[in-house]
Design a protein around this ligand. Sequence first.
Ligand code: SAM
Ligand code: SF4
Length: 362
Amino acid sequence: MSSGIASILERKDHDRADILEMLQCSEEDASLLYRRAASVRDRYVGNQVFLRGLIEYSNICGKNCLYCGVRRDNDKIERYTLSREEVLDAAMTAYRLNFGSIAIQSGENPSQLFIETIEDLVRTITIMTGGKLGITLSLGEQTRETYQRWFDAGAHRYLLRIEASSEALYRRVHPENDLHRYTRRLECLKIIQETGYQTGTGVMIGLPFQTMSDLADDIIFMRDFDIDMCGMGPFIEHSDTPLGTRGTDNLFLKERFNLTLRMIAIVRIIMMDINIVASTAMQTIDPAGREKAISCGANIVMPNLTPARFRAGYQIYEGKPGYREVNESNLSGLNFDLLPGTTLGLGAWGDTPHFSRRRAVK
Ligand code: SAM
Ligand code: SF4
């Protein structure tokens, strides 16, 4: 081990220079980072891997993020919205399979119909499961009133990725208009936290124009924001988007994958007791991607429960697995090999000690 990484790992607090060194260390030193991150996870949140059954509610989106296949101007996809029965059916599958939690994700939609439907779904799922099934939402930017309504209906976690904590980079990967303001995204994240949600954010790794300094600042942003959950993943091009057709002068997929492992490990080492997702995008690049993320300190997996026939419509990036991962009789359809030394955290919400600690010190 180089003395640099050894002494960094001995430190209790890490500054920007330490983070940059960890991001850029040799492969050999990186394996030490990964091992340290896994042991920090075991010590601070335990060795259980918790599940969030993912329900991709709708691919109708009013926004036009330059990287996303679901963006409004992509007219090559058929738009869908799941019916009430389809959502409830997927939620009950998660409940019966003892998943402990679901996550409802969607394109961004500010309409009253959307807001009321989500509120009704959250309330109904809470009642049907006696509050035993945790509900995470990832439904983009909304008003304070809407976040509050969904919270009051029973949702308790919200994931809104900042995408890029540098405002300059954020502007380069979004259209320049009022629908895509960095300041608005940041404000929403604050409102989510103030409303009382366990708050999650994250970034894409390997975006065009992104630098190592940006990634170090992303980690500092998440630490300073005191988030409870982190969802990060590699950026993967979609050819029907502006960033998908601009050519690849950014990192190769494999490099983005490795950099994501380092980001996960560093966030675990620095933030210790939060939840960190092993994202589907990791699995898209490498079939064992989620397992590798877990061996670097992640502790959350989101198996897809969206009905199979809608899956092609939710291709936010190319190559995203197009199948429903599990059904009623087939938990092993998860296709997820637990690592030695970890167990599946079934039947529990899987909250972090971080959240209780954050609430207690208020
Ligand atoms: N619409 C909501 C939002 O944007 O917050 C939630 C759904 S959106 C599809 C979920 C996440 O997908 C985004 O936060 C973004 O980080 C990720 N995403 C979109 N396009 C991507 C791409 N080409 N590669 C990797 N991740 C992507
Ligand atoms: Fe819509 Fe979210 Fe995709 Fe942006 S990232 S286009 S808000 S679904």
